[in-house]
Design a protein around this ligand. Structure first.
Ligand SMILES: [Zn+2]
Length: 238
């Protein structure tokens, strides 16, 4: 009995210090001031919020609620499972492209932990879902939801879909690698809470991946997410 309790304490300690990883733990973000995370009911002036914040208020949309992950999570875990319909080198290459696309957002703001083993404990925040095509012909999709919990927002994702085109079966060349990586970077920005698209093809959040799109985040891409995480979570911008 004592032995079982010790085991339990040991497993719990591993979970607490190793996996939980909330703010203030080793390698995670510092804990934010409470007012930054308790923004439900707060009103913000769009003129102040929208200037110098990338495409946060793109298309003249300056009436929205701030919905993002709580900074007190400290870090984000992203599950990248094996691609069930690919094998060998192609499978490995596709996963590398997606991992690179996700890691482009490392520490912007969250330290990102990639979970890409064959098996997983269900501890991830965002999960990649592989697909060979979608009804709307999009190259990816991030489904984001949230709940209001008092003054706080609890964000959640129902998976981040990345389309793997059929030619990947025959191998992943450099262009396809860049394409998959670009799609992942774009969807990851949505998964971080950026709802809208950029009007500039130079940004990864342009609605289309152009033939010459470089898998790179622009200054504006970075600034938009940074601006989002500077706002009180749940606040209304008007
Ligand atoms: Zn998009």
């Amino acid at each position: 009995m004592i032995r079982m309790i010790c085991w339990g304490a040991f497993v719990f300690a591993i979970y607490w210090f190793g996996f939980r990883g909330g703010c203030g733990t080793s390698g995670a973000l510092a804990c934010p001031p409470p007012e930054l995370e308790e923004g439900v009911g707060v009103m913000l002036d769009a003129r102040e919020v929208c200037s110098g914040s990338g495409y946060l208020c793109a298309g003249g949309r300056s009436n929205f609620q701030v919905i993002r992950w709580g900074l007190d999570k400290g870090r984000l875990r992203v599950r990248v499972p094996p691609v069930e319909f690919l094998q060998g080198a192609a499978e490995k290459r596709v996963r590398e492209a997606v991992v690179e696309g996700i890691k482009a957002w490392d520490r912007k703001p969250f330290p990102i932990i990639i979970d890409s083993g064959d098996y997983t404990l269900r501890l991830w925040d965002i999960r990649v879902v592989w697909t060979q095509g979608m009804n709307n012909h999009a190259a990816g999709q991030a489904r984001v939801g949230w709940q209001v919990d008092g003054k706080r927002i609890r964000m959640e994702t129902d998976g981040m879909a990345v389309v793997i085109p059929p030619q990947a079966m025959a191998g992943v060349d450099e262009a396809l690698f860049e394409f998959i990586k670009s799609v992942t970077m774009h969807e990851m920005s949505h998964a971080l809470g950026v709802i809208w698209h950029s009007d500039s093809p130079r940004d990864i959040m342009y609605p289309q991946i152009m033939p010459n799109t470089r898998a790179e985040l622009s200054e504006r891409d970075l600034r938009t997410v940074e601006a989002l995480y500077e706002l009180p979570n749940g606040a209304m911008v008007q």
